[in-house]
Design a protein around this ligand. Structure first.
Ligand code: OSB
Ligand code: MG
Length: 370
């Protein structure tokens, strides 16, 4: 495939309800939609998961735009590729900026799979299968409101509940959920809100038999996570800390985590995500697919990657309507009553953005030609 043009569009989409984590509250999602076009006019799409603010990671929509426009898009424009796996080789000089890199690589994968007339999951080495879906529930104003929300999500069929925690919102909400719903598959995500001094507090969570605690400590704290894991029976899962296959290998080598969350945006794309997948699978480490409040475009990408066999735990791959009504795609991603989501069938990611909805959400747009 020869990349003849790349389009970048900044979109701002209101969230159905605010989403609160230890790093703050979000009421809208800002994102960059990436479109790559080959000489025949075929197109592929990707979604950059960097947010307006550098709170989950250091990247923002603005930094991603800068790096895409100045470095990544020029690296691929006018060039021919045998496979989308060769795109990252053109930008090895660019350090960091994983989300910007991932968005362009993933758009390239969609185009590559469409040109081959095959579903993306097959190009990634997977076979389509129903994907087990879990939900991520934000911090709520009260424990009662949270418990009501868990009841709704359970009724929708989701196979695992994750709640966001932070100091002062941890043991009480978990205890309330266990009391009301018994031994449901339950986990917590701290988004780096604790320090090693909180080890005793975190160990109080051990009594609740959680599947895991996600990213309790800072993003650079691999050694501290390893020390913390020796004090907890609950497995630690890393999210923010792992931005490359080497970091994932280091984390496993030193015992900083027992479970890994894969997000292609955080890891710099599918090629790097597959490397982490293969590493974790070879070592018998459970994996699941994380989420970044994606629209249907990013969500479809995530479902295709989730079909790889190493994804053994339910992922944050929920229905579009939990975040956006309407979604960018039509029909939206829906969850089945059994708590699974089908991989969208058809060539590529299997879905395309609805042009009027892109126009309605667009704040800025550019097109670059070879
Ligand atoms: O830590 O997994 C996270 C959303 C935005 C940023 C970080 C995270 C999240 C979520 C939501 O937990 C996952 C989703 O449902 O998309
Ligand atoms: Mg997380």
């Amino acid at each position: 495939m020869r990349i003849a043009a790349v389009g970048l569009t900044v979109l701002r989409m209101p969230l159905v309800r605010p989403f609160e984590t230890s790093f703050g509250q979000m009421s809208a999602r800002e994102l960059i939609l990436v479109e790559v076009e080959d000489a025949s006019g075929a197109r592929g799409w990707g979604e950059c998961v960097a947010d307006a603010d550098p709170f989950y990671s250091s990247e923002t929509t603005t930094t991603a735009w800068h790096v895409l426009e100045k470095y990544l898009v020029p690296a691929v424009l006018g060039r021919s590729f045998r496979t989308a796996a060769d795109l990252p080789g053109t930008w090895t000089r660019v350090r960091g900026h994983q989300m910007a890199k991932a968005a362009l690589e993933m758009a390239g994968w969609d185009l590559f799979a469409r040109l081959a007339n095959r579903p993306l999951c097959e190009m990634l080495g997977a076979t389509a299968r129903p994907i087990e879906a879990g939900v991520s529930i934000g911090i709520h104003p009260s424990v009662d409101a949270l418990v009501d929300r868990v009841a709704e999500e359970k009724a929708a069929g989701y196979r695992r509940i994750k709640i966001k925690i932070k100091p002062g919102w941890d043991v009480a909400p978990v205890a309330a959920i266990r009391k009301r719903f018994g031994g449901i598959p339950l986990m917590v995500d701290a988004n780096a809100a604790y320090t090693e001094d909180d080890a005793a507090r975190l160990a109080e969570l051990d009594q609740f038999n959680l599947m895991m605690i996600e990213q309790p400590l800072g993003y650079g704290d691999l050694v501290r996570h390893a020390r913390l894991q020796t004090k907890l029976t609950t497995p630690i899962c890393l999210d923010e800390s792992l931005t490359s296959p080497d970091e994932a290998a280091d984390a496993l080598d030193i015992g900083a985590c027992r479970i890994i969350n894969i997000k292609p945006g955080r890891l710099g794309g599918f090629t790097s995500s597959i490397a982490v997948h293969d590493l974790a699978r070879a070592r018998g480490v459970p994996l699941w697919h994380g989420g970044m409040l994606e629209t249907g475009i990013g969500r479809a990408h995530n479902l295709h990657l989730s079909a790889l066999p190493g994804f053994t735990l339910p992922g944050d791959v929920a229905a579009s309507r939990r975040y956006f009504i309407p979604d960018l795609i039509d029909p939206p991603i829906e969850v089945s009553p059994d708590g699974t989501i089908p991989v969208p069938p058809g060539p590529g990611i299997g879905v395309t953005p609805v042009p009027e909805r892109v126009r309605a959400a667009r704040t800025h747009s550019e097109r670059y030609r070879a």
